[in-house]
Design a protein around this ligand. Structure first.
Ligand SMILES: [Fe+2]
Ligand SMILES: [Fe+2]
Length: 322
C-alpha cells in the first residue's frame, strides 16, 4: 500500500479508494493499480466534499459511488452491500450467458470461447468469496433452465469449497472453469431424455452417460484448457470403487480435481428440484453422501461436510463423522 493511497477490497468485487485526488502522484498510482486488475471492479471513492473538481476526477476514474469522507462510517456499509449484491447478480448473469453460449456452440460444433469461460469463472469466484455459497445459491434458484441452473450451482459450490480448502488461486480458477463446463456434453443430449420425469430405459441411460466423454472430446478437439480441467470434465461421474462411468476408474486413477467436482456435483444435484425428485436439505444431502463411503474421497468429504456446516449452519448441525 502506498503512503498516500488507501484502498481495500471486499473479497474482490468492490474496491474502496481513499486518496487525495488533487495530487497527481496519487492519481497515477491509482491508475496503475486499476490497470493491474484483471477485471472490472465496482469502485467507491471517498472524497472531501469540498471540491467539484475532485468529484469529476473520481467519476473519471470510474467511480460508481462517491461518499464524503466524514460520512463514510455511517454510509459505507450500506453502499458496499448494494454494490456487492449488484456484482453478484452481474457475475451470475455472466455465468448464465457463458453457459448459453458454450452449450449453443457445442451443439453446433462451433468453438467455445476459453477467455469468456475464464472471465466468468473469475467473476464467480470473487462473488462467492464476497457473499458465500448461500448468497450465490439464493440467486441461482431463480434460473429457469435446469441444466444451466445446475452448472451455476455446481460452479458456485466448487468455488466456495476450493476457497474453503485454501487452494492456490490458479487451482480455484481452473476448478471453477471445470465446474462451469462439467456437463457441457449434455448439449448433445435430447431435452426429452435430459428432462424426462420417469425412469430412463437402457438406451436413454447410455445416451445420458455419454455426456462426460462427449464434452471432453469436443473441448479436446478445440485445444481447450489444461489437462486437469479436461480430465475433471471426463471423469466427474467416476467412483473410487470402480462403479462409475465412463471409464470405471478405481482409487488413485481418479484425480483430485475430478474428486472435488464429483463431490460438489452430487451435493448440488441433491439440493435441486427436478421433475423426478424433490429437493433435499443440505444436512439430508450430506447424510445421503455419507452412505457413499466406498465411492467418494473420505478426506475430501469430511472437509466438505465441515464446509457445508459452516455455509448452512441452521440446516447442517452435524459435521460428518467419517
Ligand atoms: Fe454430469
Ligand atoms: Fe452435473
Amino acid at each position: 500500500m502506498l503512503d498516500d493511497i488507501r484502498a481495500g477490497t471486499l473479497g474482490g468485487c468492490v474496491v474502496v479508494w481513499d486518496l487525495d485526488l488533487s495530487r497527481s502522484r496519487s492519481c497515477e498510482t491509482a491508475r496503475m493499480k486499476m490497470d493491474a486488475v484483471e477485471h472490472e471492479l465496482q469502485s467507491i471513492f471517498l472524497v472531501s466534499g469540498r471540491s467539484a473538481l475532485e468529484n469529476v476526477q473520481a467519476w473519471a476514474f470510474g467511480a460508481r459511488v462517491l461518499i464524503t469522507r466524514h460520512r463514510a462510517p455511517a454510509e459505507l456499509p450500506a453502499q458496499l452491500g448494494q454494490l456487492v449484491a449488484a456484482a453478484v447478480t452481474a457475475a451470475l448473469k455472466l455465468t448464465v450467458a457463458t453457459l448459453d453460449n458454450a452449450f449453443s456452440a457445442l451443439a453446433l460444433n462451433k468453438p467455445i470461447s476459453h477467455p469468456q469461460i475464464l472471465r466468468s469463472a473469475s467473476f464467480l469466484v470473487d462473488a462467492v468469496n464476497d457473499v458465500g455459497i448461500s448468497g450465490w445459491l439464493d440467486q441461482a434458484w431463480e434460473i429457469d433452465e435446469l441444466t444451466s441452473q445446475h452448472c451455476v450451482m455446481v460452479a458456485g459450490v466448487v468455488a466456495g469449497y476450493a476457497l474453503h480448502l485454501g487452494l492456490p488461486s490458479r487451482d480455484v480458477l481452473d476448478l471453477t472453469c471445470a465446474a462451469i463446463l462439467h456437463d457441457i456434453g449434455k448439449a448433445k443430449v435430447p431435452l426429452s431424455i435430459l428432462n424426462k420425469p420417469g425412469k430412463l430405459n437402457d438406451e436413454e441411460r447410455a445416451i445420458i452417460e455419454s455426456h462426460p466423454r462427449t464434452g471432453w472430446n469436443c473441448l479436446r478437439r478445440q485445444g481447450f484448457g489444461d489437462s486437469r480441467v479436461l480430465d475433471a470434465i471426463l471423469h466427474h461421474h467416476e467412483y473410487l470403487d470402480g462403479s462409475g462411468y465412463p471409464d470405471g476408474l478405481c482409487g488413485d486413477e481418479v484425480t483430485d480435481f475430478a474428486r472435488i467436482i464429483t463431490l460438489c456435483d452430487i451435493f448440488s444435484a441433491l439440493l435441486e428440484r427436478r421433475p423426478y425428485k424433490p429437493p433435499r436439505d443440505p444436512d439430508v444431502a450430506l447424510e445421503i453422501m455419507r452412505a457413499m463411503h466406498g465411492k467418494i474421497d473420505q478426506d475430501l468429504f469430511r472437509e466438505f461436510s465441515r464446509f457445508v456446516s459452516l455455509t448452512f449452519p441452521r440446516q447442517s448441525r452435524e459435521i460428518a463423522a467419517v
